[in-house]
Design a protein around this ligand. Structure first.
Ligand code: MF3
Ligand code: CO
Length: 277
């Protein structure tokens, strides 16, 4: 999809100039969506959410992660949409399924059976009418340990606190700082190597959204920006390793659990709107 050129109000232009003159980084025009683009990304988000609801309804012990891939792929097709991960930079499946100490980009497999107590991140990304949306949820298979429940709870809180910082004239560093402070307060750590991203016209656009950082640093947020916030929170240390065979799956280095939740959000005039609810 070719990006339309956003027309900025005089007020927005003046504010961006004001911040830029003070040495702050401000978004470029390609990071600001037009109202028409936003409507189309919203429509994509509606389907993306329906896919996750569909997974939520069916996920259970004994299923394989390939079964989740099948659910996502068939449901998405039935809704005239496309699974964004499939063939993205050579990714071989339609969804990412990351279990326990897998941080992200777990590749569905018919050899990977879900068992009681597993915690699974299902990361769904949809192309509809040419526009992208991206969100992920954590699922608990049956009942799990108190420790795993708490990791998931705190990860959801991290996302909520990060989103709370999503408003005009805050900075990307405010989002990262809110997430990092909350995770570390609970003795957890934040994965550094991966982050949120602009989304909508392409799968991964600028800006990169760090899930750690300092207030009033990074890039200025302005109305019309659409990006994901998707903190990866580790029960143990922050370090991760990549699967040397498939080149995709990220694991915690210490083998401890990791959790992630993700939404696509729009910066509005007054705050944010989640496009993947
Ligand atoms: N959905 C992931 C994200 O949140 C991207 C996965 S890339 C894929 O950015 F190729 F693995 F799908
Ligand atoms: Co994403």
């Amino acid at each position: 999809m070719i990006k339309q050129q956003a027309t900025l109000s005089l007020e927005l232009q003046a504010k961006m100039d004001f911040y830029q003159k003070q040495g702050y980084k401000v978004p470029t025009l390609d990071m600001i969506k037009t109202p028409e683009e936003i409507e189309k990304i919203k429509a994509s988000g509606v389907i993306n959410t329906a896919v996750l609801d569909h997974v939520e309804k069916h996920i259970k012990a004994g299923m394989t992660t390939q079964d989740i891939d099948d659910l996502v792929s068939s449901f998405t097709k039935e809704h005239q949409a496309i699974c964004a991960p499939l063939n993205f930079e050579g990714y071989p499946k339609s969804v990412c399924t990351s279990v326990n100490h897998e941080v992200c980009h777990g590749i569905p497999s018919k050899l990977r059976k879900l068992k009681e107590g597993d915690i699974v991140n299902v990361d769904v990304s949809t192309i509809y009418n040419g526009y992208y949306s991206d969100a992920s949820r954590m699922f608990i298979v049956g009942k799990t340990s108190k420790e795993r429940e708490k990791l998931i709870e705190v990860t959801k809180e991290c996302l909520a606190l990060g989103l709370k910082q999503c408003k005009p004239y805050n900075f990307t560093g405010d989002i990262g700082h809110a997430i990092q402070s909350h995770a570390e307060k609970h003795g957890y750590s934040v994965v550094r190597e991966l982050g949120g991203h602009g989304v909508g016209i392409e799968f991964h656009e600028d800006p990169f959204i760090y899930h750690f950082g300092k207030p009033k640093t990074g890039l200025l947020l302005v109305p019309g920006m659409v990006f994901t916030v998707e903190p990866m929170i580790n029960a143990g240390g922050k370090d991760v390793v990549i699967d040397r065979y498939n080149g995709w799956t990220i694991y915690t280095k210490d083998g401890k659990d990791s959790a992630q939740v993700e939404h696509t959000v729009l910066i509005t005039e007054t705050g944010y709107e989640i496009l993947t609810y």
